[in-house]
Ligand binder design. Structure first.
Ligand SMILES: [Mn+2]
Length: 319
């Protein structure tokens, strides 16, 4: 697909847009941008609905978020369902019934592990973010300031404000184009990326204090149980960015952060600097993601899940 117009037609009267479970800045930025864009680009569609499971406080400024629905109607058949930033069918989560019943399904994404689960799959694994992919698929003239704000939010959140390795010259060109739409870029970075609550900063400090080095300093690991989260006064939504901070440690190639999502079930977030393909590592446990940022879920106590991860990581690090 070169432009999003290729999947639109006069017959499409109803469209649903959905993201992934526990949506992040790229997912919400992408979905709201597409929502605003399709309202302009697809006047034949009488009904355009946006589904987002949750929206964290810091992303509520994005246009369209107020209209997003968090639960889906039963037996609703849309002419077109588009999912953004979703790497696998299971991760559509709340919108799975809509996806199953849709007349046509499209997935727009940038995960290298994308399972091509839709009828039309547009995946650019080299793009920093789904929002970067969408910027290229939109007609530039139809991108207004609010759509540009959503797209820029998606790009900066997944590229760590243009600092991670997924940032390319093309990312910068697209960001420059979005800046020309008049967005308040420094406020967006401050509000949606830099700003942390006191509790979020405290839990970051707590996790860093608990962290340990492994494999001769090539790996940094830490964990957080539900009980510790309660004590710090945070939920899993407050843990974004912690693993990226761990990775900043000198000499570290891989950072692993495990946090409990259910009793004795941990989500592991992985980041790497230069060599290790963490999407590949995560795939050993049924997870996936990107080359430098990925995740998976493992059952066991904190110590057990980190041991299981270390067993696999061993083969990826030079010992
Ligand atoms: Mn993304």
């Amino acid at each position: 697909m070169k432009k999003i117009g290729e999947i639109l037609s006069e017959e499409i009267r109803s469209i649903a847009i959905a993201g992934h479970i526990n949506p992040d800045g790229d997912c919400i930025g992408s979905c709201t941008a597409l929502y605003g864009y399709l309202k302009k680009a697809c006047p034949a569609a009488r009904e355009i609905d946006l589904y987002l499971e949750t929206v964290p406080h810091e992303l509520r400024f994005l246009k369209g978020v107020d209209e997003a629905k968090s639960s889906v109607p039963e037996n609703k058949v849309y002419d077109l369902v588009i999912v953004c930033d979703v790497s696998s069918y299971e991760r559509i989560a709340v919108a799975i019934p809509l996806f199953d019943l849709a007349k046509k399904t499209v997935s727009i994404d940038h995960h290298i592990s994308n399972a091509n689960f839709a009828e039309i799959n547009h995946v650019e694994p080299d793009a920093s973010s789904c929002a970067e992919v969408l910027t290229g698929l939109f007609d530039p003239d139809l991108i207004d300031e609010k759509i540009a704000e959503s797209l820029y939010t998606g790009i900066i959140n997944d590229s760590g404000v243009f600092q991670y390795q997924n940032t390319s010259p093309d990312t910068m060109r697209k960001a420059a184009f979005l800046m020309e739409k008049g967005i308040d870029f420094s406020r967006i970075i401050e509000d949606s990326f830099n700003k942390k609550t006191f509790a979020q900063n405290r839990v970051l400090g707590y996790v860093l204090m608990k962290a340990e080095l492994a494999f001769g300093g090539q790996c940094i690991v830490s964990s957080l149980t539900t009980e510790e989260m309660d004590r710090c006064g945070v939920t899993r939504q407050d843990l974004d960015g912690i693993v990226s901070r761990m990775r900043f440690t000198e000499g570290v190639e891989v950072a692993v952060f495990a946090y409990e999502t259910d009793e004795n079930v941990f989500k592991l977030s992985l980041r790497s600097k230069e060599r290790v393909n963490v999407s590949d590592v995560a795939a050993h446990f049924g997870g996936g993601g990107h080359v430098r940022a990925a995740g998976c879920t493992i059952a066991g106590s904190a110590g057990e899940v980190l041991d299981k991860m270390a067993d696999v990581l061993k083969g990826y690090l030079s010992l």
